[in-house]
Design a protein around this ligand. Structure first.
Ligand SMILES: Cc1ncc(COP(=O)(O)O)c(C=O)c1O
Length: 415
């Protein structure tokens, strides 16, 4: 049909495809493309045998509710387990203060629906997670970026930005932050800054949405569990909406995550979720619950830390070896991402074509900046490829960077 766009709402007209999904598709297209683009966990560390065993017993037919619609709040045993899981991270919560979501991605979408009116401001880090950008934009939020330094969000810039937006008569819906091994920068916010941030939010009466899918995955050579203490731990006023997920530690295919927040907020989020999907998949929730209940998750997390830490080392060593002076990055102290900077003279969007030509992809930094800037940054995910593919991918990238640099520096000056 020609001109099908006439059927779209105004909001749909502004929806944008995720840059990461686009890059992921590119990675899948070629037979020999090494992809550093998607932040996928590695399938070789999924607990396949345990999943099989649990699925078999859950599907033995003795419990018909397994394949029935379930409560919007979530599978009751999982809802009741979440306070214990949260307590492991230092967060106190009751079952009334939690809700299961279909991935944290749905949690972001629900936060946008419940807290944002069109034109409201959502404050985000520069750069920030693309999935959050798209979820918030879908409700026509005005996304306003705040600078980060090596220690995460810049509190002076944050306050300046908030005051300017309020002075312009705009409502601040919330501040969105990823303090643990941020996507895309891998940055870890210091405990001191977390405390100051919460104090600031209290003084300025701002709601914080704290997204924490990577908190359990610190690298023991660079951080400890206490460094990842969520902001929510110290929230005595109910101003932090805490999101976390089983995607990175169990498997993202199960689509099971959760929100912990003050009771009235969770109750409203539940109403919004009723319209979104009625409930998160019952089979998925039961499998994830059993993985936790049987102690499989607790037993595996230390192995996952070592596993991803080793991959980070391989990527860092390859970068040093292949293009030492051409690239810098903040050390990832956990999580899945290395935030590479190739210098101000490089535009990683423009360089992407060269990279693909040499059989490697990354996500250009521009995908993560809400101010629309292009830059010399690229997000390199080290989580999924094997050691050997990481080494080969960085070798290819080095060739692309050298070629691109030579082409841009030898181009005739305009005018
Ligand atoms: C910061 C952040 N938030 C949320 C998500 C979504 O995770 P889920 O699989 O739980 O939807 C991701 C996934 O990459 C992420 O990096």
């Amino acid at each position: 049909m020609n001109n099908a766009t006439r059927f779209f709402s105004r909001a749909a007209g502004t929806m944008q495809e995720s840059a990461i999904r686009k890059m992921g598709a590119l990675g899948a297209r070629g037979t020999d493309i090494i992809s550093f683009a998607p932040g996928f966990p590695a399938p070789d560390v999924f607990a396949w045998a345990e999943f099989r065993d649990i699925a078999q017993s859950v599907l033995d037919g003795s419990d018909a509710t397994v394949l029935q619609y379930g409560p919007t709040r979530g599978y009751r045993p999982l809802v009741e387990a979440l306070p214990e899981i949260l307590a492991g991270r230092g967060i106190r919560a009751t079952p009334e203060q939690v809700i299961v979501t279909t991935g944290s991605q749905q949690a972001l979408d629900l936060c946008a629906r419940v807290f944002v009116d069109p034109g409201d401001v959502v404050l985000v880090e520069l750069p920030t997670y693309t999935g959050a950008i798209t979820a918030f934009r879908n409700t026509q939020a005005r996304l306003v970026g705040v600078r980060q330094d090596r220690d995460g969000i810049d509190l002076e810039d944050l306050d300046r930005t908030l005051l300017a937006e309020r002075a312009a008569g705009r409502r601040i819906a919330f501040l969105y932050v990823v303090p643990n091994f941020q996507n895309p920068t891998g940055l870890l916010v210091s405990l001191e800054k977390r405390a100051r941030l919460l104090q600031w939010a209290s003084t300025r009466d701002v709601l914080i949405v704290e997204d924490d899918p990577y908190g359990a995955l610190h690298f023991t050579d660079a951080a400890s569990a206490s460094d990842t203490r969520p902001i929510k731990v110290d929230d005595t006023e109910g101003r932090v909406v805490y999101l976390s997920s089983f995607s990175k530690t169990v498997a993202p295919g199960f689509r099971v995550a959760w929100i912990a927040a003050a009771e009235p907020l969770v109750a409203k989020i539940e109403v919004a979720k009723q319209a979104a999907d009625l409930c998160t998949g019952g089979l998925d929730q039961r499998i994830v619950y059993d993985v936790w209940k049987r102690g499989v998750l607790a037993a595996r997390v230390p192995m996952l830390r070592e596993y991803y830490q080793a991959k980070r080392r391989v990527m860092e060593a390859a970068l040093e070896r292949e293009m030492n002076s051409l690239v810098t990055w903040p050390e990832p102290r956990g999580g899945f991402f290395l935030w590479a900077f190739f210098g101000d003279a490089i535009d990683t969007d423009a360089m992407l074509e060269k990279a693909v030509g040499h059989g490697v992809v990354y996500v250009a930094g521009s995908a993560f900046f809400v101010d629309g800037r292009r830059s010399g940054f690229a997000r390199l995910s080290f989580s999924a490829p094997s050691h050997q593919r990481i080494e080969e991918g960085i070798r290819r990238l080095a060739v692309a960077v050298r070629e691109h640099t030579a082409a841009t520096t030898s181009a005739p000056a305009p005018g």
